[in-house]
Design a binder for this molecule. Structure first.
Ligand code: SF4
Length: 333
């Protein structure tokens, strides 16, 4: 894929999300730059606590106290900065410009309202107008797009299976044809077969709508099947970006190398390899490279010097001192 030929739809620069805690400030998202292209499927991968979910909540302006967006921009191709919108404009932009497919479908559906009613209500709340019959027809069409029969509109969430509930959530998310769909581990609570079916549906819809999907997750296998490009996050930082094929076949960052070698495979039967050490505490981050206490390739320099993002080729970036030539950023003492 030639990234230079693709149009940037959302340009994220210097995104910072912090949480005030009694023990100090936690930098959950730490100076992230990322460009998302029109109509692409981008996967954001990392262990829990790596900042990937916080990042999409920031784009939706849904960070709750004690968290706050401490800096950065997220600018659409028409010049709109999602991080600078007023609360009223945030509400107007949701579903039309940016929509979210949540992790827990049950928690995002109203348990005492029929599916069709809540879908119509959401559309009305976002300024759509029409008669009851018109909304009924729109709901039926949306349900059909996600592979559900129209009768589902008359059911309550508890009458649906997990996969059907997740499809209903996707139907709701696409109801106003958003340009950017943020999907936070949308299949984590489902069995493998249903997972695959839901991801296929999401992919078909993404192609139909021409939307960009930012999928967050930790399932590397699912990412490899769904995404065109991936970004690897560690400790709130983006440590590697590239096409799925490049990153999976030829991972450059030591953390990515360990993540990929920890995927079970037939070839490596009996030699399962985990990632050494424990996940990073954002309240007690090490100096230098955040990954150095766990990195098998760390040198003495890694404990003192913070790596910047090195461009390895078109669309291929890595944040590791092994690839830096001259430019280094001395960690503050
Ligand atoms: Fe490992 Fe050093 Fe690279 Fe960090 S900078 S990933 S510690 S080799």
């Amino acid at each position: 894929m030639n990234n230079q030929a693709r149009e940037v739809m959302l340009d994220i620069q210097g995104l910072e999300v912090h949480f005030e805690t009694r023990r100090g400030l936690a930098r959950a998202v730490n100076d992230v730059d990322l460009q998302l292209y029109k109509g692409e499927r981008f996967g954001l991968v990392g262990e829990s606590g790596s900042g990937k979910t916080t990042m999409i909540l920031a784009l939706l302006r849904m960070i709750k106290t004690p968290g706050f967006i401490a800096g950065g921009r997220a600018v659409f191709d028409d010049g709109t900065d999602l991080l600078a919108l007023s609360p009223e404009d945030v509400r107007k932009n949701r579903l039309r410009r940016v929509a979210m497919v949540p992790q827990g479908a049950m928690n995002s559906l109203n348990p005492v309202m029929r599916i069709g009613q809540q879908m119509a209500l959401t559309m009305r709340e976002h300024g759509e107008v029409g008669t009851g019959e018109e909304f009924e027809a729109r709901v039926a069409k949306l349900l059909d797009q996600v592979g559900l029969v129209p009768e589902v509109a008359d059911l309550y969430p508890h009458e649906l299976s997990g996969g059907m509930k997740q499809r209903a959530c996707i139907a709701q998310a696409i109801s106003l044809s958003p340009r950017l769909i943020l999907a936070d581990e949308p299949t984590s609570a489902l069995d493998v077969v249903v997972q695959r079916q839901i991801m296929q549906t999401l992919r078909q819809l993404q192609l139909q709508l021409g939307a960009t999907v930012l999928l967050v997750g930790h399932d590397m296998g699912l990412m490899a099947q769904f995404a065109e490009r991936v970004g690897i996050m560690y400790g709130g930082k983006l440590v590697e970006v590239g096409s799925v094929a490049d990153v999976f076949r030829n991972p450059q960052h030591p953390y990515t190398q360990l993540l990929i070698s920890s995927i079970p495979s037939f070839e490596r039967r009996g030699t399962f390899q985990g990632i050494p050490g424990v996940g990073l505490s954002l309240l007690d981050s090490p100096s230098g490279c955040l990954f150095h206490p766990r990195c098998p390739q760390a040198t003495e320099r890694c404990a003192h010097v913070e790596p910047g993002l090195t461009q390895l080729g078109p669309g291929r970036q890595v944040s590791c001192l092994l690839y830096e030539k001259e430019e280094t950023h001395a960690a503050p003492s």
